[in-house]
Design a binder for this molecule. Structure first.
Ligand code: 0X9
Ligand code: ZN
Length: 412
């Protein structure tokens, strides 16, 4: 009797959760593709089809997309090489140095409890699967930090971009430990600024990517699209220019923009966070890979209309490139993509905003790319330290870079 009842309930539940569309009709395999493209217009055409472009070269791009998107590249006669990303790679032992979600959480707890007077750990919201999205606030004056100039750094929007998580974690550790050691530059910066670091914006995706012990090349979050497919591209879900080019309407696409702007708890968490910290003047979002320093706009080819804002982005990007050796350029020079973090943070809030595409420079034809190996971590952290300190320093008035006589907007 009891068993029959359980079975009946289970049967009802199975029916209740059956996907609307039959999952078997959807091929969720993603394809690695080498696609001919000679200029930004052709790259935009490709981005518009939903393919996520990972590497750009003179006359081709490397991208990842669904079967449907692969077919449309074939139709256009642009596809040179492709293979399905189905083979499971073993998690190499050398990659154990990367932090998974639990390791990161433990590390953030331990660091912030070691430096309680200058740091605070808080959850800014929960992911689709209920993981806390952690933010660390660092300031020599936590009580009055709201009146100090603020900079925000984030990583891990895209699941497979694990290196983009290692930099924010490292800068938290660096700022706290150097402060503790009495490093005068770090003490000056920390005492006069409100620094926010959010290392893993997309914890579900990052965990899913490594969940079987081998990489899945996952990009999006893990929202159910209710048709057998999963994930929204969080870097297409922000609400400025959302719904424009270079973002897909198809749930199976790598660059699916979501059903509406800010449909996802992860992007909502960032939105709420930024909007409750009105003192933020600088934002940097780490991604991988291609060695680029990008700034708005990304959803249109036109550059920022406000000349001073345009110049601030250009001058700062060029300066930072001297340290990390990356190429500074407007985002849409790469390809048009709408709904990214920095178009929103600048477009909506006039925050001076950058996206870094970290190392490596290219996919290395099978090695490197999103999975360059843990041996690259220290070098990439080191080469981006100066840009991070520079951004923190200039949060008081980024326009200082245009005119040395400009004083700070924020006076501690
Ligand atoms: O496409 C993206 O979201 C970023 N590249 S990634 O390989 N990390 O996925 C680049 C975003 C740059 N923004 C625009 N081109 N709008
Ligand atoms: Zn990315």
């Amino acid at each position: 009797m009891r068993i029959t009842k359980i079975l009946a309930v289970a049967g009802f539940m199975a029916l209740a959760f059956l996907p609307i569309e039959n999952a078997h009709t959807i091929d969720t395999t993603q394809y690695w593709m080498k696609i001919r493209a000679k200029d930004k217009y052709e790259r935009t055409l490709i981005a518009n089809s939903g393919v996520s472009i990972e590497t750009t070269r003179e006359d081709f791009v490397v991208g990842i997309g669904s079967l449907e998107e692969k077919k449309s590249m074939e139709k256009l006669g642009l596809l040179e090489v492709s293979f399905p990303l189905t083979e499971e790679m073993d998690f190499p032992t050398k990659d154990a140095a990367f932090h998974n979600y639990t390791e990161m959480t433990d590390k953030l707890r331990s660091l912030t409890s070691q430096y309680p007077t200058i740091s605070q750990l808080s959850s800014i919201g929960k992911s689709v699967e209920g993981r806390d999205i952690w933010a660390v606030r660092i300031s020599g004056n936590l009580q009055q930090a709201d009146s100090l100039a603020a900079a925000v750094f984030m990583g891990g929007h895209h699941a497979r971009e694990h290196l983009s998580i290692e930099l924010p974690i490292y800068y938290i550790e660096y700022l706290l430990t150097e402060y503790g050691k009495g490093n005068p530059r770090v003490q000056r910066l920390v005492n006069s600024r409100d620094i926010h670091i959010i290392p893993m914006v997309n914890p579900d995706g990052a965990e899913y990517d490594i969940s079987t012990g081998s990489y899945k090349s996952w990009r999006k979050n893990r929202t159910s699209n209710n048709n057998g497919t999963y994930g929204v591209d969080l870097n297409r879900n922000y609400g400025f220019g959302w719904g424009g080019g270079g973002a897909s309407t198809s749930p199976n696409s790598e660059t699916y923009r979501g059903p509406k702007a800010f449909s996802e708890p992860e992007s909502i968490a960032i939105k709420n966070f930024v909007e409750t910290h009105q003192n933020i003047t600088i934002l940097l979002s780490f991604h991988t890979y291609s060695q680029l320093i990008l700034y708005p706009w990304g959803h249109v080819y036109e550059s920022i209309a406000n000349t001073r804002d345009k110049q601030v982005h250009e001058v700062m990007a060029k300066k930072m490139a001297e340290w990390n050796g990356y190429k500074p350029q407007q985002s849409s020079e790469l390809y048009i993509a709408s709904g990214d973090t920095t178009d929103w943070s600048y477009g909506e809030h006039k925050i001076i905003s950058f996206t870094f595409e970290l190392d490596p420079g290219n996919s290395g034809w099978g090695s490197g790319g999103f999975y360059p190996g843990a041996q690259v971590i220290p070098e990439v952290q080191r080469k981006n330290l100066e840009p991070v300190l520079y951004l923190i320093d200039h949060a008081d008035n980024p326009y200082r870079v245009l005119d040395q006589s400009n004083g700070p907007i924020f006076k501690p």
